[in-house]
Design a protein around this ligand. Structure first.
Ligand SMILES: NC(=O)c1ccc[n+]([C@@H]2O[C@H](COP(=O)([O-])OP(=O)(O)OC[C@H]3O[C@@H](n4cnc5c(N)ncnc54)[C@H](OP(=O)(O)O)[C@@H]3O)[C@@H](O)[C@H]2O)c1
Length: 327
C-alpha cells in the first residue's frame, strides 16, 4: 500500500549528500512488537553521514537513513503492550529510516515523551543528550573541579556537554573552529575555549599549569588524535567517540604508554542503552535536565525535503547546536 503524503529519504549508493533521494513510502504491515509513528520532528546526527558515505555499512542498499525522531503513535502491532495510538513518543536507535514522514520502531526502542517536552526538543536533543549523560557518567566519571577537554564544543553534542559540565562543576575547555562558536560554547557553560587552528595541546597545558587534562572527549577523530594524546595528563583517559574528520586508524599501544600511561575508550551510545529499562531511565534523566534548564539549541530547522542541505551544512562545519528536519 502507498499513501500520497508518505515519503522517505533513501540512498542507493554511497557518496556526497547529493546521493540522497526522496521516495514515496510503502506502508507495510507491522512486524511483531512494532509501533508505527507519524514523525513530527527528526534528529540529524553525524552518524547519519557515516552511513551515507559508507564509513559505516548499512545492512543493505538501497537504504533508509536516520535513527532518531519524535512523533505520535498511529498504529501498534497486536502484541504491543507498552504503547497506544495517540501516545507521544521519541526514539534514538531505530533501524535506518527515521528520515521519513512515518517510521516503524520496535516498542523496546521507544520512550514515552512527556507533554512538557516538545517534539523538536526531543528530536534535537535526545540522542545527543543521552550521549552526554553516558560520556560523563558511564564511560568516564569526571568530578566537580576536574578540568576536561571537549572537541566540537559548539556542535549538537558539544553545547549539551558544555551545559551539563557546568551543572556538575566540571571545568570544560571547548575546542571550536571560529570565534563565534567559541562565544556560543562559553555562553553555554564552557570554562574556556581554544580555537582548533591553534596548538590545542599547548594551550590546554597552559590552562592547566602544564599538567594536561584528566579527560579528553574527542569526536573529531583523525585530525585531532595526536593533539588529544598530547593534551591528556599522565594516567588520564582519552575518550574517542566520533569520526567527524575521519576515523582514527593504526594506533600502536606503545603510543599510549609514551603519552603517559593513558587509557583510551571508543564508546558507542547504543551499547550503553541496549536494555529498554536503561534507555528509558537515561531518557527520564535527560528530560529532567531540560526541565531544570538545559537547553537543546536547534541551530537549523529544515524541512524533510532538505535532508541533503542538512548534511552539507553539518559536514562543512557550518552548524551550531542540533539540526532538526520537519516532515
Ligand atoms: N559514539 C557515540 O555513541 C556518539 C553519539 C553521538 C555523537 N557522536 C559523535 O559526536 C560528534 C558530534 O555529533 P553531532 O551530531 O553533535 O555533530 P556536531 O558536533 O554538531 O558537528 C560536528 C562538528 O565537528 C567539528 N569538526 C571538526 N572537524 C571537522 C571536520 N573535518 N568535518 C566536520 N566537522 C568537523 C565541527 O565543529 P567546529 O567547526 O567547531 O570544529 C562540526 O560542527 C560526531 O563525531 C558524532 O559521530 C558519537
Amino acid at each position: 500500500m502507498k499513501t500520497d503524503d508518505a515519503m522517505r529519504v533513501i540512498f542507493r549508493s554511497h557518496g556526497s549528500p547529493s546521493v540522497l533521494e526522496h521516495q514515496s513510502l510503502a506502508i507495510n504491515p507491522l512486524g511483531p512488537g512494532q509501533v508505527r509513528i507519524r514523525n513530527h520532528a527528526i534528529g540529524v546526527n553525524f552518524i547519519d553521514t557515516y552511513f551515507r558515505s559508507g564509513l559505516y555499512p548499512p545492512p543493505a542498499l538501497p537504504s533508509g537513513l536516520g535513527t532518531e525522531g519524535a512523533g505520535t503513535v498511529i498504529e501498534c502491532a497486536e502484541d504491543v503492550t507498552q504503547f497506544r495510538i495517540g501516545d507521544r513518543v521519541a526514539y534514538v536507535q531505530s533501524s535506518l529510516g527515521a528520515y521519513a514522514t512515518q517510521h516503524c520502531v520496535d516498542q523496546g526502542r521507544l520512550v514515552h515523551l512527556p507533554d512538557d517536552i516538545s517534539f523538536k526538543t526531543a528530536a534535537g536533543g535526545l540522542l545527543k543528550g543521552l550521549t552526554t549523560i553516558c560520556l560523563f557518567n558511564r564511560v568516564s566519571q569526571p568530578k566537580s573541579g576536574d578540568t576536561v577537554l571537549f572537541h566540537a564544543a559548539a556542535g549538537g553534542v558539544g553545547l549539551l556537554a558544555c551545559q551539563y559540565a557546568r551543572r556538575k562543576g566540571i571545568r570544560l575547555i571547548g575546542v571550536v573552529s571560529t570565534e563565534a562558536k567559541a562565544e556560543l560554547a562559553r555562553s553555554a557553560g564552557a570554562w574556556a575555549t581554544i580555537l582548533a587552528t591553534d596548538d590545542v595541546a599547548a594551550q590546554t597545558r597552559q590552562l592547566t599549569g602544564a599538567k594536561g587534562v584528566k579527560f579528553v572527549y574527542d569526536s573529531v577523530g583523525r585530525a585531532t588524535w595526536q593533539a588529544s594524546l598530547n593534551a591528556t595528563a599522565a594516567c588520564g583517559h582519552l575518550i574517542s567517540f566520533g569520526n567527524s574528520s575521519g576515523p582514527v586508524e593504526n594506533v600502536a599501544l606503545a603510543q599510549l604508554a609514551r603519552a603517559g600511561s593513558l587509557t583510551v575508550s571508543r564508546p558507542i551510545l547504543f551499547d550503553y542503552i541496549s536494555d529498554s529499562a536503561e534507555l528509558r531511565s537515561y531518557a527520564q534523566e535527560f528530560f529532567q535536565c531540560v526541565r531544570e534548564g538545559i537547553k537543546v539549541q536547534v541551530g537549523a530547522t529544515l524541512s524533510l525535503s532538505q535532508a541533503e542541505r542538512a548534511h552539507e551544512l553539518l559536514e562543512s562545519r557550518h552548524t551550531t547546536g542540533s539540526i532538526v528536519l520537519i516532515p
